[in-house]
Design a protein around this ligand. Structure first.
Ligand code: MG
Length: 349
């Protein structure tokens, strides 16, 4: 393949290939980084500081439940939070197409401010560039964040070690072990379906709102209970992609139960009509959490007491009895859950 295709940015197997074969080849050349680029975790860690960045090139800019502003702040906060770090500051860089409406820019900035206040993470540095009409599609916002180690993370790790071994100081994709329970913090597929329905042309009107939200407070409540080993936000490629990444990096199978995975009725029917799998659709306000067996129910209760985690559920378990990810279906069968080639809905984040 000579050219970049949309699949190279869609969060699935094709994008993983590009990152591993090209990006890491040139950019990952130091061996002294605590959690390096090659870990392909939600954030890197250097000198005990979590660090992450995200570009947002969403279509449309405004959608039910949010806009590119709330998305760019939430997504970056979430990538820091799932490492067990406390996000302390954000940066934001704007590339804006000539002709962009000032009132739309103000609306987006208002959303960024609101989300930043809600999450209590300030935006403290940034950059603004304008390009000729046609050079980009309206706007790209890039946000970066840093996060600190806290006593909460230390306490969470100590709690894990009461029950099993853990040779790691951070919450990482590679920490899962046989017996750990897998929690999803709520319904899946809301973000991707909300965008798709709003773009129109699909012949259905959906009332689904995006789940976009900063999750640092919810995750903080879960970490107060402790016992969390792995966490990821199931964005591009959805739950399928996230579970496959956890399984591969931790070298353990994951068995989930279809009946435990919550999908809103409107999302379910949209997926049926479009021939899509809700498990592969991106989310922007959910976390997948691996917890030691003994603490899973307690973490679940703590999540359910939060606004973002009220529909949390234990959906499965890490097990050495299988390789990869498999799902017990409602009708009693078992099927393999593969990592999708890419998110079926392009440009969702
Ligand atoms: Mg992430």
């Amino acid at each position: 393949m000579k050219h970049i295709t949309l699949a190279h940015g869609a969060g699935g197997a094709v994008m993983q290939g590009l990152i591993k074969d090209k990006m890491l080849k040139y950019l990952d050349h130091r061996s002294d980084i605590q959690i390096p680029l090659s870990a392909l975790d939600d954030s890197a860690v250097i000198d005990d500081i979590a660090f992450t960045i995200d570009s947002h090139t969403i279509k449309p800019l405004f959608f039910p439940g949010g806009d590119i502003g709330s998305l760019s702040v939430s997504g970056t906060i979430n990538d820091i939070s799932v490492m067990g770090a406390r996000p302390i500051a954000l940066s934001s860089a704007f590339v804006i197409e000539e002709g962009f409406l000032l009132k739309d820019l103000e609306k987006i900035l208002g959303s960024m401010q609101k989300t930043s206040v809600q999450a209590d993470v300030p935006i403290i540095t940034g950059d603004t560039k304008v390009v000729e009409h046609g050079a980009i599609d309206k706007m790209v916002i890039t946000t970066s964040a840093i996060g600190k180690r806290t006593e909460l993370l230390e306490e969470n790790i100590r709690e894990v070690k009461k029950y099993r071994e853990l040779n790691e100081r951070w919450i990482r994709d590679s920490n899962l072990k046989e017996g750990d329970k897998i929690i999803v913090s709520g319904t899946i597929g809301d973000h991707g379906i909300s965008l798709l329905s709003f773009r129109g042309g699909y012949g259905f009107e959906s009332e689904v709102k995006s789940d976009v939200a900063p999750l640092n407070r919810m995750i903080g409540e879960a970490m107060k209970v402790g016992g969390i080993v792995s966490m990821k936000d199931p964005t591009r490629g959805g739950l399928s992609n996230t579970l496959n990444e956890l399984s591969e990096k931790s070298d353990v199978g994951i068995l989930i139960k279809e009946e435990k995975i919550k999908v809103k009725e409107a999302v379910r029917s949209a997926c049926e009509m479009l021939g899509m799998d809700a498990l592969e659709i991106g989310n922007e306000g959910k976390a997948v959490i691996g917890v030691v067996f003994e603490k899973a129910e307690e973490v679940l209760d703590a999540l359910r007491k939060t606004k973002e985690g009220k529909d949390a559920e234990i959906i499965g378990v890490a097990t050495n009895k299988i390789k990869g990810v498999a799902m017990e279906t409602i009708v009693g069968g078992k099927r393999i859950v593969e990592a999708p080639m890419g998110d079926p809905v392009p440009r969702i984040c």
